[in-house]
Design a binder for this molecule. Structure first.
Ligand code: 5GP
Ligand code: ZN
Length: 111
């Protein structure tokens, strides 16, 4: 069975898109934890950070900056949960882009 983010890439599940190019897609998280909470994914399916080639990350880094530009934010936090015990629930690589423009994000105690 195909993963939910692959279905979002194909348009089989709707999403609120922020930016898209040939290789990557950025869309709003369905359950935001901050005023800005975007998920940035490669269109190609990789399970997580451990599974992703560095060439993909090199390109993804430019795309992430383009997403920040599109949102007109300079300050943001990037997170990727790598594996179940790190909190990964969707096993298609995604970077969370989180921001609260004009305010300082908290850095919560996680354990
Ligand atoms: P993870 O816990 O794997 O790092 O993050 C998965 C994220 O995907 C969660 O923040 C969750 O809210 C989000 N998510 C799960 N299903 C959907 C969906 O169908 N659409 C959108 N836009 N976000 C989703
Ligand atoms: Zn997938």
């Amino acid at each position: 069975m195909e993963c939910i983010f692959c279905k979002i890439v194909k348009g089989e599940i709707p999403s609120k898109k922020v930016l898209e190019n040939e290789n990557f897609l950025a869309f709003h998280d369905i359950n935001p934890i901050a005023p800005i909470h975007i998920l940035i994914i490669p269109k190609e399916h990789f399970e997580n950070f451990s599974d992703t080639p560095k060439e993909t990350f090199a390109k993804m880094s430019d795309f992430i900056k383009a997403v920040a530009k599109e949102l007109d934010i300079s300050d943001y936090r990037l997170i990727t949960n790598n594996g179940k015990n790190a909190g990964q629930e969707v096993f298609h690589l995604h970077i969370h882009m989180i921001a609260n423009p004009g305010e300082k994000l908290k850095w919560p105690k996680l354990v």
